[in-house]
Each structure stands twice: as structure tokens, then as C-alpha cells.
Design a protein around this ligand. Structure first.
Ligand code: F0G
Length: 461
């Protein structure tokens, strides 16, 4: 890494070779589009979005070497060279024995929990991402979040707000019995809790609890490289280690990894399930053959495996990670300076607006985060995503149970937008914040029984 100390500007560590035009719309158009979409940004056609911050998943720009890899991919049904390259890369980083490719993260979750989940089982995690929770619950098991207290307070500034609450983890194991816990999960970084990192010490402590009760530890590793870089920046003893060395140590405490390569694999599709347990790996591979494909492609084309292998080389590059973490922080810092309430400190892949402080007058039952999401689209064609009462709120005996956090996530696709795009985002968010008193709550007009946020429809109250 060559960075002269007298230079303060963080620049994109790449130049642009291919461009994709984005379409401008006016406020009148967007009013119509939003109402047609039932006030759900998932239901807006992408071509009507100017800056798409819906997700950082599968939206990365691939490098010229990745595109070259697509042509070079080996499309053999069995024993593809591209699989072996991918397998070697994943093994180098994780040290895990069995590398099972899947078409994305939730496919790995589905296979794993179909086998280890089921009625009466309990799966603790720092915070389950929505698909992880859905796959645990779909198997009949119970998903329990054990997030540390700091992580539940958006305004608290702490280095590792993604950490597992070790006492709560242990209490959960004692409450339900170790025999009923097929594995403990740890999500790095903690997406639903604000893209906040987990410290190495916390991973180590989680491992120690697992050892005490004879439990497996599976890492939900979607953003492992961003987590590794936060450890380098913030945790004593890691400043001189490379992101690869840090990632290797993180994985050394795990018995397995579920991965969506659509995040820190820098690809548009792909993932894996990696395991040390030979017997479990056999069961998972057999299910993989039924649901995804042969174990050397797992629902992917050979070219996708090639792109993942190359993406994993690039994700641990320190210049890339420096730019990634600093540019996300730039968006957060600017919003914070302008008085926009955000979850602090800025996360790795996204900035989260704190809807409870943004719109204190609108109760969570009226979906304040969804209302802000609509306003961002209406005012600037920006697509964000609600991570609050729509995604995680529920009713028990007719009573609304609000989630701990009510957030709007501005997820930053990797290597896609430049600083001027981000400056535009800052301007639009500020504009929405300035006119926050005009924003109204919403009411659901349709909801699906599971993962309702994807297809829900609303109307303004
Ligand atoms: N685990 C975490 C922590 C995630 O963030 C995601 C996906 C998954 C698992 C599932 O992976 O999408 O490849 O099936 N998160 C995306 C997001 C969708 O927008 O945060 P997948």
C-alpha cells in the first residue's frame, strides 16, 4: 500500500473502463411510480432508479480480471477447473475442509438448516439476517438474537457494536439445553444491526462458549473482509497484520461458514457452505445435488466460480478495503455533521438512518423508516431499504411488537458509485430531513406470511 501521509483525499482505487447510463426522472414521474409500486421500493423497476442503494448484494462492479475470468471459466459438469480455483481460494482464506458451492447465501442456509435445524432446535446468533432467520424458522427451529447492549442503541459510539452478548449466549444455551442447539452462528459484519463489526476477541469468546458446551460455531461470513479491516483499524494487536491474516484468524475459530459471495466475493451471484465436519458435509453435499447441482458447481456456472476466485483475491487488497471503509464513513460523517440522525459509528457496507430520531412523531407501527425510504425516492430517485417494523415487526395476539431498531439502510454497492454520486445522496437525504415534518406514516394494504417486506404494499395514513 502506497499512501503518502501528506495526502488526505481518499480516491477510488480503480479507473472506469465500462459505463452504464442511469436514467433521470422528475418528481411528477416518481410520484406516479411510487404509488404504482405500493410505496414499496422493492417493487420499483430498477431503470426508474437513479442511485440504487437497495443493497450491496450482487451489485458489485467486477474488475477486468473477473470479466476475463468469465471467458476462461471451465463449464465442465464435473470436476471443473474453475471450481478447484474457487475451492483453493476459499480454503486459503477460511482453512475449512469441505467447500460446497451454492448459488447464493440463502441456498447455503437452506441446505444447512434443512439438516441441522428442525422442531425443538434453537439457533443463537448475534443477529440473524432476515433470510437466515427465515431458513432457521422454516426448518421449525427457533432463531434467537444475542446482540450486545451497545448494538441496540443507534447513538452509542463503540468499536464493535456487532459483538455477541456472551452472557446472553450462555444463558440461551442453558435455557434451551446444549443438546437442542445444533450450532451457534456469528454474523460478520452484523448486517441487520447496522453493518457493525465483531471483534476478534468476541469471536474468540464465542468459540470458548461453544467449546464449553460442545457446540459448532458457523460464521455467516458475507462481509468477512470488511470485518477484518475494522479489526485491523480498531483492535489492539492487529494494525500490522494483513486483511488476509486477520480473516484467516477469524475463520480459524469457526467450524463452518455460510457465504453470500454477492457481498465480499465481489460477484453478481454465488456463495458457499464450508464445513469441517466430514459427516455433516456428506449430508449437505447429498442435499446440494438434489437442490443446487453437482458438488463442483452447486447451482453456478463455471464462469461464476472463476469470478468468485478472482473476487476473493481482490477483496482482501488493503487499498480497496481502505477506500471501501473510508468512503462509507464519508457518507456517514457528512450526514451526521448536517444533523441527520444515523446509526453510529458508520458501518462497513452501509449507512443506516435512525428513523426513530428522524421521525419521532410517527410511531413504529406506522412504519416511519418506510416513510423515509419513500421520501428518498420521491425527492431524489434514490432507492434505499427499510430495516425496521416492516421487515421485523410482528403481531402477537393482535398486539404490535416493534423491533429494537427502526432503520433505513443506504447500502453502497462495491466499486459502483463515485464520490459525486455520494455527494448527491448527501444532498437528497439532507433535503428529506429538512422537510421531515411533512412526512406521513403508512398502513399495510397487503402482506405475505413470510419475508413480507419484499412484496408488501402500503398506503399513506
Ligand atoms: N447473511 C447476511 C448477513 C446477509 O446480509 C445476506 C444477504 C444473506 C445472509 C443471504 O445471502 O442474499 O446471497 O442469499 N443480504 C442481502 C442484503 C440480501 O441486502 O443485505 P443471499
Amino acid at each position: 500500500m502506497i499512501r503518502d501521509s501528506y495526502i488526505k483525499t481518499v480516491i477510488e482505487p480503480f479507473k472506469i473502463k465500462t459505463v452504464e447510463p442511469i436514467k433521470f426522472t422528475n418528481e411528477e414521474d416518481r410520484k406516479h411510480i411510487l404509488s404504482e409500486a405500493g410505496y414499496n421500493t422493492f417493487l420499483i423497476d430498477a431503470e426508474n432508479v437513479l442511485i440504487d442503494l437497495l443493497t450491496d448484494s450482487g451489485t458489485s462492479a467486477m474488475s477486468s480480471k473477473q470479466w476475463a475470468g468469465l471467458l476462461d471459466g471451465d463449464e465442465s459438469y464435473a470436476g471443473s477447473r474453475s471450481f478447484f480455483r474457487m475451492e483453493a481460494m476459499v480454503r486459503k482464506i477460511t482453512g475449512l475442509t469441505h467447500i460446497i458451492p451454492t448459488h447464493q447465501g440463502r441456498a447455503a442456509e437452506k441446505i444447512l438448516f434443512s439438516i441441522i435445524g428442525g422442531e425443538g432446535k434453537v439457533v443463537p446468533n448475534n443477529t440473524h439476517f432476515d433470510t437466515t432467520r427465515a431458513n432457521v424458522e422454516f426448518s421449525g427451529a427457533l432463531a434467537v438474537d444475542c446482540l450486545n447492549e451497545d448494538g441496540k442503541h443507534p447513538e452509542v459510539i463503540a468499536d464493535f457494536k456487532g459483538n455477541m452478548d456472551i452472557a446472553k449466549l450462555e444463558a440461551t444455551i442453558q435455557k434451551y439445553g446444549a443438546d437442542n442447539i445444533p450450532a451457534v452462528l456469528i454474523t460478520v459484519t452484523n448486517n441487520s444491526g447496522g453493518g457493525q463489526p465483531v471483534s476478534m476477541e468476541n469471536i474468540r469468546q464465542t468459540r470458548a462458549v461453544c467449546d464449553k458446551y460442545g457446540l459448532k460455531l458457523i460464521m455467516d461470513s458475507c462481509r468477512f473482509a470488511e470485518n477484518a479491516y475494522f479489526i485491523k483499524l480498531r483492535e489492539p494487536g492487529y494494525a500490522d497484520k494483513t486483511p488476509l491474516e486477520i480473516a484467516q484468524e477469524m475463520f480459524s475459530y469457526a467450524d463452518g461458514s455460510t457465504m453470500s459471495a454477492k457481498k465480499d466475493g465481489l460477484v453478481n451471484i454465488g456463495g458457499w457452505l464450508a464445513l469441517n465436519d466430514d459427516d455433516l458435509a456428506v449430508l449437505c453435499r447429498n442435499l446440494l445435488i438434489v437442490t443446487e447441482g453437482f458438488p463442483t458447481y452447486g447451482g453456478l456456472a463455471g464462469r461464476d466460480l472463476e469470478a468468485i476466485a478472482q473476487g476473493l483475491e481482490e477483496i482482501l487488497d488493503e487499498d480497496y478495503l481502505h477506500y471501501r471503509i473510508k468512503s462509507t464513513e464519508y457518507l456517514g460523517r457528512k450526514l451526521n455533521e448536517q444533523g441527520v440522525p444515523i446509526l453510529m459509528p458508520p458501518g462497513g457496507h452501509a449507512i443506516y438512518l435512525d428513523a426513530r430520531r428522524f421521525l419521532p412523531e410517527i410511531p413504529q407501527e406506522q412504519f416511519p423508516a418506510q416513510s423515509i425510504t419513500c421520501a428518498l425516492y420521491l425527492d431524489g430517485g434514490i432507492r434505499a431499504v427499510e430495516i425496521g417494523s416492516v421487515m421485523f415487526g410482528r403481531k402477537e395476539n393482535g398486539v404490535f411488537i416493534a423491533p429494537d431498531l427502526e432503520l433505513v439502510r443506504l447500502a453502497i454497492p462495491r466499486r459502483v458509485y463515485t464520490q459525486s454520486h455520494i455527494d448527491y445522496v448527501i444532498e437528497v437525504v439532507k433535503h428529506v430531513h429538512d422537510r421531515r415534518n411533512e412526512l406521513k406514516g403508512l398502513r399495510l394494504t397487503y402482506e405475505a406470511p413470510m419475508l413480507r417486506h419484499f412484496t408488501a404494499r402500503f398506503e399513506y395514513l
